[in-house]
Ligand binder design. Structure first.
Ligand code: HDE
Length: 722
């Protein structure tokens, strides 16, 4: 039987400790230390930054949380080499205790997120409408922290489900933190916050079985939706390609609710907020989104990270829609109803600023996980509207953060702290990290001249709105039209987008086991658009169209709203996009060089893929390393692909399923493919057809042109969409 070694001179236990003195460390209580606080000694030294600087670049010593230097981080304290561990081992106990508590409750919704630091820059003053400095000081750069998220899945779930994306921005303004906590679609499922827990219970995994995860495609969600006609407009957006974005950098953001701007006199103007991506709006196709789940669970997070690290900083235009109370009265819908958009034909967008994300967080937990957004975080010059969903949100965020972040002092966590001065008489509580000085912790007071006071001139004022009416649990009549804008959305789409939406509904409902739920939902769709209901019924194989569900108010025809389309809004550029070039032994070196040069000068990132990570020897005898191995780098992670193969390699790869999938998926995901003669057997094996997106690899210019767009004309050849 193997016996444990007793410690020897070489064992970790007796290895010389690394207890070199930090270069600048001062012994506590040293003779020369002045009375009172010593900034260097008293400054908190965290797990890294400050301490490492203190150590003058030398390795810091490993210590316990009490600062005691640890001599051995490999072995716990034992009674003899094979004896029991000892309870007195405070180093072991502290380390395990801390580890046991590493996880905090995840967000009940929007648990999976990715975030970045950056800035907001105002390009046009809104001083006419608001006193908020953020929106009046042109050229001023306000730091921001922006977190994107999926809604339904848990923290460790996938990046590419069909789901709405959160788009939350924290502006660290000179007048306090302002949070614009939006989504990538401009409407919501419900009109009243009291329905939110039901909605979330319905889309989360079913309570008895604990699945399905990160998807809406199951009975409980569609049961709830089919009984909630106000959700139909949101369902149109949710089933459109908007909810399968290509990249977080290529999606729009919306504040959803109407807010108020208030000028210096307190005059109010309603405002809706929009983010528009510099790279244009682009989505994946559904089959691609599903295959991305297998290819890379972190597809969006990695994309955001890599673009920032490469200096291709994601950027959005910031735009507002402004309208008065009187203009709002004339809208054919109630703008306080969060299931409605204000069409741009009624109120055009005005671009007034831009946001650039240029720094990845230093630490995922400290920043992305601990950031706390709250729609109630406003600055003077901005105010809420009476949207009942917004009003409910104002309670929820602070409340949920109390439990998620463990107490009332989460505003002291660095990512949540304002970057302007802040001072008040709130004291104590869990995890208090500040050390207030003096006797005065109340107001009014006269004992301490410098204690903080309210200031009417620069302080926050609410809009003096006059609202009357009988108290009651009332849904206004102006909220009764659930279908006109749903119809407007569907009818504004291009034909391929309509087909995708119908197919998405068929996909989702085909996962619903209960026939009456499927039927009731199709019955609701009849209120939106008869042809859509028929396509979905047909796609589900229903023998007859289910009866319509009576509508409180039948849909009115509205003018089309072209702004809801995605087709045509993808930018004619390769910037921010990725090209994959598949090579193998003997691939033509000159063509590879020419394609890479053309793609890179057009702004794309180029990755070489090969059957082996070591790469392949090219036609000129040079070895070309691969960025990705074929089986682990499928074509769905690229926007367009090129296949450069010798005749021998083409014949070999035509029998290699990963290579066949590489070209077959690029074809069915409507991507451009450049190929040379050697690649033809592989293209044949992948059933790649001929169209404008299939180009000769020797013609780099044609490839770049084709790669800038999706080959929509190809789709009818590939899929019988509902
Ligand atoms: Fe949220 N929402 N929400 N929501 N929401 C949360 O707050 C809530 C709604 C949105 O990256 C939670 O800190 C209610 C609309 C985003 O950290 C919670 C209602 C919009 C994020 C909460 C809504 C949003 C959240 C969960 C209906 C778009 C993630 C964790 C009344 C305008 C922010 C947390 C981040 C997060 C409540 C509806 C956007 C539970 C009660 C509408 C982007 O407080």
């Amino acid at each position: 039987m193997a016996r444990a070694r007793t410690p020897t001179a070489a064992s970790p236990r007796t290895q010389p400790s690394t207890d070199r003195k930090p270069a600048k460390a001062k012994p506590a209580g040293s003779a020369g230390r002045p009375a009172g606080p010593d900034p260097e000694f008293d400054a908190p030294r965290g797990n890294g930054g400050e301490y490492q600087q203190q150590a003058g670049g030398e390795r810091p010593r490993l210590t316990t949380n009490q600062g005691v230097v640890i001599a051995d981080n490999q072995n716990s304290l034992r009674q003899g080499p094979r004896g029991p561990a000892l309870l007195e081992d405070f180093i072991l106990r502290e380390k395990i205790m801390h580890f046991d508590h590493e996880r905090i409750p995840e967000r009940i919704v929007h648990a999976r997120g990715s975030a970045a630091h950056g800035y907001f820059e105002l390009t046009r003053s809104l001083a006419e409408y608001t006193r908020a400095k953020l929106f009046t000081e042109v050229g001023e750069r306000t730091p921001v922290f922006t977190r994107f998220s999926t809604v339904a899945g848990s923290k460790g779930s996938i990046d590419t489900p069909r789901d709405v994306r959160g788009f939350a921005v924290k502006f660290y303004t000179k007048e306090g933190n302002y949070d614009l906590v939006g989504n990538n679609v401009p409407v919501f499922f419900i009109q009243d916050a009291i329905k939110f827990p039901d909605l979330v219970h319905a889309f989360k995994p079913e309570p008895d079985r604990g699945f399905p995860q990160a998807t809406n495609a199951h009975d409980t969600l569609w049961d709830f939706i089919s009984l909630t006609p106000e959700s139909m407009h949101m369902i149109m957006w949710a089933m459109s390609d908007r909810t399968i974005p290509r990249s977080l950098r290529m999606m729009e953001g919306f504040g959803v609710h109407s807010f108020r701007f208030l000028d210096h006199e307190g005059h109010s103007t309603f405002v809706k907020f929009h983010w528009r991506p510099k790279l244009g709006v682009q989505s994946t196709v559904w089959d691609e989104a599903m295959k991305l789940q297998a290819a890379d669970n972190d597809y969006h997070r990695r994309d955001l990270f890599e673009s920032i690290q490469a200096g291709d900083f994601p950027e959005w235009e910031f735009a507002v829609q402004l309208f008065t109370e009187e203009e709002a009265e004339a809208f054919p819908f109630d703008h306080l109803d969060p299931t409605k958009i204000v069409p741009e034909s009624l109120v055009p967008l005005q671009v007034v600023g831009r946001m650039v994300l240029d720094r990845w967080p230093d630490n995922f937990f400290a920043e992305t996980e601990q950031v706390a957004f709250c729609p109630a975080n406003l600055v003077p010059g901005i105010d809420f509207s009476n949207d009942p969903l917004l009003q409910g949100r104002l309670f929820s965020y602070l409340d949920t953060q109390l439990i998620r972040l463990g107490g009332p002092n989460f505003h002291q966590i660095p990512v949540n702290q304002p970057k302007c001065p802040f001072a008040n008489q709130q004291r104590d509580g869990h995890m208090q990290t500040q050390v207030p000085r003096g006797r005065v912790n109340y107001e009014p007071s006269s004992l301490q001249e410098d204690s903080p006071r309210a200031d009417a001139a620069t302080g926050f004022h609410s809009h003096a709105s006059v609202d009357d009416g009988a108290k009651g649990r009332i849904r206004p009549e102006s909220f009764a039209d659930h279908f006109s804008q749903a119809r407007m959305f569907f009818r504004s789409l291009e034909a391929p987008e309509q087909a995708h939406l119908a197919s998405a509904l068929v996909f989702e409902l085909s996962k619903v086991e209960t026939p009456k739920v499927r039927e009731r939902l199709v019955g609701q769709l009849r209120n939106v658009d008869g042809s859509l209901a028929e396509r979905v019924a047909d796609g589900l194989g229903m023998d007859m169209l289910p009866p319509g569900v009576p509508a409180a108010m039948p849909a009115q025809d509205m003018p089309p709203a072209p702004e809801v389309r995605i087709i045509g809004r993808m930018k004619d550029t390769l910037e921010g996009r990725r090209i994959g070039i598949l090579i193998d032994e003997g691939s033509d070196a000159a063509t590879l060089k020419a394609l890479r040069k053309a793609a890179e000068s057009a702004g794309a990132t180029v990755k070489v893929v090969a059957p082996k990570l070591g790469g392949a020897t090219l036609s000129d005898g040079r070895k070309q390393a691969a960025d990705g191995q074929l089986a682990g780098t499928p074509s769905q992670v690229f926007d367009a692909v090129a296949v450069l193969l010798s005749e021998a390699a083409g014949r070999k790869l035509a029998k290699e399923s990963a290579a066949v999938d590489f070209v077959a998926n690029a074809w069915t995901h409507l991507k451009a493919i450049a190929s040379d003669d050697g690649a033809l057997p592989l293209l044949k094996a992948g059933h790649v057809g001929r169209d404008a997106g299939i180009v000769d690899a020797a013609d780099a210019r044609a490839f770049i042109a084709a790669a800038k767009t999706r080959q929509w004309a190809r789709e009818p050849k590939l899929r019988s969409l509902a």
